[in-house]
Structures are given as C-alpha cells and as structure tokens.
Design a protein. Structure first.
Length: 206
C-alpha cells in the first residue's frame, strides 16, 4: 500500500464517520441516559464491532452481504431491534436515575456498555456497506485489508469520543435537577428507539 492510498482511505473514512449515523446517535443517547464513562466505553465497543466488520469483509463475508439482500436485512433488523430494546430499557429506568445518579451509572457496568457498543457497531449497515465498497478499492488481500481497515475504528474512536464528551457534559448539567434528569433519560431512550425504527425502515439501495 502506498502512502497516498492510506491517506485517501483515511480521508474517506473520516467523512463517513463524521456524518451522524447509528453509532454516533447511539453514543449520544447512551451519554444522555447513563453518563460519559459508559458512553466512552460504548464508543470503544462500537469501534470493536466495526473492526469485526473489517475482518468479515477481509475474509469475504462482506461480498455475501453485498450480494444478498436477505443477509443484509437480517443484520439490519437485528441491530434495529437491539437499539429499540435499549431505548425502552432507558425510558423504563429514567425515574430510578433521579433517585441515585451514581448507582444508575453502575447499573449498566463497563462490560455491558462495551458489549452493547459491539452489537450496535457490528450490526451497523452503514459501516458494512462502506467497507464492502471502499476496502477493495484501496488494497487487495486479506492481510492488507485487515491492516488498512484498522484506520476506520481508530478514527471512529477519536470522533465519537467527542460526541460522548459533549453529551456527557450536557447530562451533568441536567443532573442538577431531578426533573431535567428524567427528561434527558427519556430523551436518550427515545433517540435509541427512533434510530432503531429508522434503520428497520431503511431500504438498501442496490
């Protein structure tokens, strides 16, 4: 791989990542619902899920997803259903957050926050379509794709962490008032549900 190829893929990845999609909106919703720390762990989980997609593309699964509307739909609906589930859970527990903010954050736990991020990242149809289309254009061979593909999750961690910090700071301001905190917990949950519904209803453009 030449330097120009690496820089071109990095630039294209950056453009793709900064456009708000499932991972960004989920990170914001998680930050508003449970706080900055869990949102940052979600970001790491999202990046892990994205790299699992890189691995899948590098070893040919991405081609199957690209050619099979059924496989693509299964991945899309699985991610959408999981987002709706997390959103409903956030809304149901919003009153508990006002009783004990710190306890609410611990209720999610680092492992669960990371795992949720992995699921959302791995089932993100926006990312898999991008990787299937872009990676083969910049390099060939599984090993080279694996190496070049590391740029995508690395850039995603840097960009999405910014969203987590901003949303987490906003949540801290809302936390000063129980009423504000209930509202923000419900808003974060609604964002996740809305995102899941929009993913489920989005058709693939072949």
């Amino acid at each position: 791989m030449s330097t120009s190829q690496v820089l071109a893929f990095a630039a294209l990845s950056l453009v793709m990542i900064v456009i708000p999609g499932p991972s960004v909106l989920f990170t914001i919703g998680r930050a508003l619902t449970v706080g900055r720390r869990e949102a940052l762990l979600t970001v790491v989980g999202n990046a892990t899920g994205a790299y699992l997609q890189v691995v899948a593309v590098a070893f040919g699964v991405g081609v199957i997803v690209e050619r099979s509307a059924v496989v693509f739909t299964v991945i899309k609906l699985a991610g959408a259903a999981y987002l709706v589930y997390l959103g409903v859970r956030a809304i149901r527990h919003r009153r508990g957050v006002t009783d004990a903010l710190a306890a609410s954050v611990r209720d999610i736990g680092p492992a669960r926050a990371w795992r949720d991020g992995v699921v959302v990242g791995f089932t993100n149809p926006k990312t898999i379509v991008f990787l299937v289309v872009a990676l083969p254009q910049f390099t060939d061979g599984s090993l080279r794709m694996l190496l070049l593909g590391t740029l995508f999750p690395l850039i995603a961690v840097l960009c999405d962490s910014g969203w987590a910090f901003v949303a987490g700071t906003a949540r801290e301001w809302f936390a000063r008032s129980p009423r504000r905190l209930r509202m923000i917990g419900g808003t974060g949950g609604l964002m996740m549900i809305g995102l899941g519904a929009s993913l489920a209803l989005t058709n693939r453009k072949d």
